[in-house]
Design a protein around this ligand. Structure first.
Ligand code: UDP
Length: 238
């Protein structure tokens, strides 16, 4: 097996990544397959932090559009990320991967509260750390939470798992001739409004020189390839 290129990664999974073929919630088979891939990386001695979204359960912005107060809807969205984090923790622990969920807001009976030293301690002790409840603030997304936590814990890279293997010149579903972009810059993503992460997340990564790899995680073996620096997906860097 090739040598790992990164020692500490932050993996960003959307809530939908846990949904599999279902229309809502969490699909245990999908979570099990994600888990065995993550286990491989963990076994390589890589420090792994995870941020998971909540869109498979509740999305603040769409419920605000339907009449809810945005902040309230967003807090519900953050609670949805806690549920997903607990699903992942359960699956990881079943595979004997020691895991801690750190929540951005206090939920003492459910998860530890996030502090940077606590996160660093767990990572250095070989535990997978799942950052739950996003940034803890409404009007943000879990992509921004991923950028923030990656910068805070000094991750080498954010690996953003998507349905397609990277960024394309056009929608590859609509145009089969669309080309995969191998590398691009944060600025280009912002200027061309490429759909990688929202602008707040990209700006935070740009200001802190945090690279982002956009890749397809559903392809078995892809995460190990990504960690070994093989040319998959799209790398967004300075
Ligand atoms: N959210 C929030 N602040 C945060 C992170 C998330 O308010 O820092 C809320 C927001 O309502 C969002 C929901 O949580 O719609 C779920 O997160 P996100 O949409 O990022 O999940 P994903 O699309 O990755 O599944």
């Amino acid at each position: 097996m090739s040598e790992p290129k990164y020692q500490r990664i932050l993996l960003k999974l959307s809530g939908e990544a846990l949904m599999g073929p279902r229309e809502f919630g969490v699909d245990p088979d999908t979570v099990a397959s994600l888990t065995s891939q993550i286990r491989e990386v963990h076994r390589m001695g890589i420090q792994v932090a995870v941020v998971v979204g909540g869109g498979n359960i509740f999305r603040g912005v769409s419920n605000a559009a339907a009449g809810m107060v945005r902040a309230t809807a967003d807090y519900m969205g953050m609670l949805a990320t806690v549920m997903n984090s607990l699903s992942l923790q359960d699956a990881f622990e079943k595979h004997e991967i020691p895991t801690r969920v750190l929540s951005a807001f206090d939920m003492r009976q459910v998860a530890e509260t996030y502090t940077r030293p606590r996160a660093m301690h767990h990572l250095k002790s070989g535990r997978i750390v799942i950052f739950a409840a996003g940034t803890g603030n409404p009007f943000f997304t879990t992509d921004t939470a991923a950028a923030l936590r990656a910068v805070e814990v000094g991750a080498d890279i954010i690996m953003k798992a998507t349905k397609v293997d990277g960024i394309y010149t056009e929608d590859p579903v609509k145009n089969p001739n669309a080309q995969r972009i191998e590398r691009t810059s944060h600025m280009n993503v912002l200027e061309k409004q490429l759909k990688v992460m929202d602008a707040t997340a990209i700006s935070l990564c740009m200001d802190n020189k945090m690279p982002i790899l956009v890749f397809q995680m559903t392809k078995p073996g892809n995460i190990v390839k990504a960690v070994c620096g093989e040319e998959i997906g799209t790398l967004v860097e300075e």
